[in-house]
Every structure is written in C-alpha cells, then in structure tokens.
Design a protein around this ligand. Structure first.
Ligand code: SAH
Length: 339
C-alpha cells in the first residue's frame, strides 16, 4: 500500500494527526519516507557544505580548537548529526589534520536515520571507520564534540494556532473530497513555547528539549555546534515548507516525495540549554560565525592553490555569507558542558 493510501486510512480510522506526525512519517517511513528512500540532496535543496568545501574546513578547524581547549582528550567522540552526503565531515577531517593528534584521537560517530544516506557516509568516510547511532542516547560515553548542519530543521514540529482566544493544535485530516487538508484540534500547547510567542500561530519542535536533555545528561567535557535557519529570538509561526526539485510545493502534496522542513526556534533552544545548565554561545549569524573563523583568508588560500577556479570559489563562498543568501537566515549556536 502506498504511503498516501496508508496515511489516508490511518486518518480515516484514528482521526486527524498532528503536523509533527505528518512530518515524521513523510520523512522517515521505512518504505517511502523522503530521507529513508530517496534523499534528494543537491537536487531538492543544496546545503552549505555542498556549496563550498570551505564551510566544512572551517568547522573542522573550530572542532580542533575546541578539542585543544578541552585538553586534547584522546580518544574523544567526534559526532555528526544528520551528515547527509558526508561532505562536511570529509572537509572537516581534511582541514583538521593541521592540528596534530586531532584526527588520530577522533572516534567518529554518525547519527543518521536514513539507510540510504548511511551507505554513502560509510563509503565516503571509510578511512575513519565511522560508527552509526540511531540517536544521541547511543553515542558512546566520554569527551565529545557534536556537529549538526541542517539537522534541527528536520525535527518534526507541532503547530498551534490561536483561534478565538484559545490555542488549538493544527492537524492533518481529510476533507469532504477525501484529500489531505489542514484543520484544528483542541489541544494543550507547551506553555514555555506559547509564553515566548507574539504571533497567532506558533510552532514547537518537541525534539529540541529531548536533544538538550540528552546532551545535559552527558559527562563533561562536551561541546555542540548547531547550524540551521530560523529566527534568533522570536518564536517561528507557520514555517512548514516542502521542497521538490528546487521548487517549493504544498507540504500535503506527494507524501514522501518532498523534503519537509521548519525554521528552528534558536531562542527556545538557548533558553532550554541554559535551564539545563549548559554554556551557550550565540546564536550568531552564519556570516559572523564564518568571518570569525577566517573564511576570507581560507578562500584566498584556496584561490591561490586553484587559480583557474577563482571565480567559482569566490561565488560559492559569497553565497555562504551574503545577507541575501545564507549569511543571515542561517544561525549558529554553540553549547557546552559547564565546567
Ligand atoms: N548535514 C547535511 C545534510 C542535511 S539534510 C548537509 O548539511 O548537507 C538532514 C540530514 O539529517 C539527513 O542526513 C537526514 O537523513 C538526517 N536526519 C533527519 N532527521 C533525522 C533524525 N531524526 N535522526 C537522524 N538523522 C536524521
């Protein structure tokens, strides 16, 4: 039975489902989920590490400098959440060779839900014999550095809408024509998220507090870097979007065939992390973050080594920092164990 038919029968039997359930099933259904079966990275959307090698290289240097500040633990866990096609980690490990001992001390763990992407990651990172983990809870104990680019935006979101003074949960049901349609259910929303919202619609990713809890229960030292799109302080309203072959399409169209994504509530992530006793740096814009790591010098060095590609290298790097492209929409937050 196709995913569409299964979803329709689920809703017809059990009633409308939260937007978060819709996202989970469409992204991760083992037979037809978008990431599980046909992740169209580079086709449906292009990420920063797929845009320029400089992105992963700078993150590798960030990780190496964090490792030095931790006192060079050997071994330590180098963990990436949602590594996609592994470009970031390949570039990071290559650049971090500049810091003696880092690569040899790193035990690589990849937290990846998609069997299709795990296969690509295992091939591309074969020299570093990665372990795979289902979730943060499965990451081995010990010092750890976590990296996640465009991972948080895939965590399913619940949406709440203020309807005549009452917050109600947006759900996916079936219309009179039997097709998927959005509706509202009566449902209590998490108070911490509602308190911070100014709008009439608020989105809440239940995975954020889970992630922070998993981090906070680890023993020090650890540090985690999250890069994604979303507002620095305001709570996101309705940001659920679907992409297919570079085009934005309806989130209810073609379940399993498009990437579904939401903005990340960085303000809430920072509040949750502080409340859990973690150190929080940022969020800052991707532009500011990459500038502080020396993107300009790194780009010039790459151009000097590859003069024939100067224009392409420059264009790609500009895309990462240009305010009209990824520079300001993307934010970076670093979390750390308190000492
Ligand atoms: N970081 C990569 C890929 C981003 S796409 C890049 O920047 O190019 C999102 C990645 O997160 C994919 O690898 C996807 O399979 C993975 N992913 C999404 N939800 C996940 C979950 N709940 N657990 C583990 N991996 C997940």
């Amino acid at each position: 039975m196709s995913l569409e038919v299964r979803l329709k029968s689920l809703i017809a039997t059990d009633g409308p489902i939260p937007v978060s359930t819709w996202m989970t099933v469409c992204l991760h259904d083992p037979q037809e989920g978008y990431y599980a079966t046909q992740p169209g990275l580079g086709r449906d959307f292009v990420t920063a590490p797929e845009t320029s090698q400089v992105f992963g290289e700078l993150i590798g240097l960030w990780a190496a400098s964090v490792w030095q500040n931790m006192g060079r633990p050997d071994p330590f866990n180098l963990v990436e959440l949602g590594p996609g096609r592994a470009a970031l980690m390949q570039d990071a490990l290559r650049a971090a060779r500049a810091v003696p001992g880092f690569v040899a001390a790193a035990r690589l763990t990849l937290v990846e839900a998609s069997p299709a992407l795990r296969k690509i990651q295992a091939e591309r990172l074969a020299d570093h014999t990665p372990n795979f983990a289902e979730s943060l809870s499965d990451v081995p104990a010990g010092p750890a550095i976590f990296i996640a680019n465009e991972f948080l935006d895939c965590l399913p979101a619940r949406q709440f809408v203020k309807d005549r003074g009452e917050w109600r949960e947006r759900v996916v049901g079936l219309g009179p024509d039997g097709e998927f349609t959005f509706g509202l259910a009566v449902e209590e929303a998490p108070q911490d998220a509602l308190a911070a919202s100014h709008g009439e619609t608020v989105e809440v990713q239940p995975g954020l507090p889970v992630l922070i809890d998993r981090l906070a229960e680890r023993e020090a030292p650890f540090a985690a870097l999250f890069i994604d799109y979303g507002p620095a302080d305001d709570a996101p309203g309705d940001t659920l979007r679907a992409y297919r072959e570079g085009e934005q399409v309806s989130p209810l169209s073609a379940p399993g065939s498009c990437d579904l994504t939401v903005d990340v509530d960085f303000g809430r992530l920072a509040r949750l992390a502080r409340a859990a006793g973690l150190g929080v740096t940022g969020p800052v814009t991707q532009r500011a973050f990459l500038a502080s790591l020396g993107i300009e010098a790194r780009m010039q060095a790459l151009i000097a080594a590859n003069p024939d590609d100067a224009e392409a290298i420059h264009t790609a790097c500009l895309k990462l920092v240009d305010p009209g492209e990824m520079g300001e929409r993307f934010k970076v937050i670093a979390l750390a164990s308190s000492r």
